[in-house]
Design a protein around this ligand. Structure first.
Ligand SMILES: Nc1ncnc2c1ncn2[C@@H]1O[C@H](COP(=O)(O)OP(=O)(O)OP(=O)(O)O)[C@@H](O)[C@H]1O
Ligand SMILES: [Mg+2]
Length: 285
């Protein structure tokens, strides 16, 4: 079985609710025929092409092992591409700072320092960057307010629930005032209700802070709820197989999740994911 759809749409249409991109600006993210082979010989990604315009909310969806994390880490500059190029606002990731843009990465687990208070955890990137104390404190206060944790600035992470710890991790990302937020299954370990609340809050932040987001999930429902565009990947080797615009207006509320439009989008993604996963099974059997 082979997947019918081409890898990448040439001309990406802007979602009506996307923050308006400056026409003179290059895309926030360009992945140009980027490949990854790990040192042990595992070919994790075939040449991938992906363009993310400023202000988009793009989700990577696909079966386990299809290279979602690998691709996200390459965008972040945490991993080098074996071939091809990755550009952020038209520049290699190492030159991001010169462009005045910032990026932050949120991992699946909150990765907090257990011995340090919530506010010290959130302030860490600013301390590392040598930001002066007064400005750092102001930014930490703002970031904690944005994620609804102002009252918990002085407690240790272990006093918080899993969802609240994840909020700390998001505050630590926001404190650098990122333009681009990369999130690798950030809410995957949380219960459904907490996850939905965090999804809703993330959409509010995305709109309020005019972020560009690339988000990885295994959840079709989360992908439909959040995304302006979903990029479907398949494994062995990892590649992009299909893309979907989710042309539904924001703000998206709980009502959207029980609407016929939601079901139609979810069904499309489910069919595509089944196809992507079936192809993988054929290759392994
Ligand atoms: N450090 C590494 N060394 C060798 N192979 C790796 C390494 N990291 C990942 N891989 C392999 O690369 C492929 C893609 O892995 P990756 O973690 O990017 O997939 P994923 O889509 O994020 O999967 P999951 O949904 O399970 O998180 C897999 O075959 C994986 O085993
Ligand atoms: Mg992964």
């Amino acid at each position: 079985m082979s997947l019918h759809k081409p890898a990448v749409m040439e001309q990406q249409q802007a979602h009506p609710d996307q923050h308006p991109a400056n026409a003179d600006q290059p895309p926030a993210v360009e992945v140009l025929s980027a490949e990854k082979t790990y040192p042990n010989g595992t070919k994790a990604l075939m040449p991938v092409n992906l363009r993310v315009q400023e202000g988009e909310f793009v989700t990577l969806l696909g079966p386990s092992g299809c290279g979602k994390s690998t691709l996200l880490k390459m965008v972040a500059g945490l991993l080098d591409a074996s071939e091809g190029k990755l550009l952020l606002w038209g520049k290699p990731v190492e030159e991001l700072e010169q462009s005045g843009r910032k990026m932050a990465f949120v991992f699946q687990s909150p990765t907090l320092m257990p011995w340090a208070s919530v506010q010290s955890n959130v302030r860490l990137p600013l301390d590392l960057a040598g930001i002066d104390k007064k400005e750092a404190n102001e930014r930490v206060t703002e970031a904690l307010a944005l994620v609804g944790l102002s009252k918990f600035a002085h407690v240790l992470p272990r006093a918080l629930s899993g969802g609240m710890q994840m909020r700390v991790s998001i505050a630590r990302a926001l404190v650098v005032q990122p333009d681009l937020l990369l999130m690798d299954e950030p809410f995957g370990a949380l219960d459904e209700i907490t996850r939905h609340k965090l999804d809703s809050d993330l959409l509010d932040l995305w709109r309020k802070k005019k972020l560009t987001v690339i988000f990885v999930t295994h959840s079709i429902h989360e992908a439909v709820f959040l995304s302006s565009r979903v990029v479907m990947m398949a494994a062995r080797p990892g590649r992009v197989v299909q893309e979907f615009n989710i042309d539904e207006p924001y703000p998206r509320t709980a009502d959207f999740m029980v609407s016929p439009q939601f079901s139609v989008n979810a069904k499309q993604l489910q069919d595509s994911l089944l196809l992507a996963s079936a192809e993988q099974e054929e290759k392994t059997s």
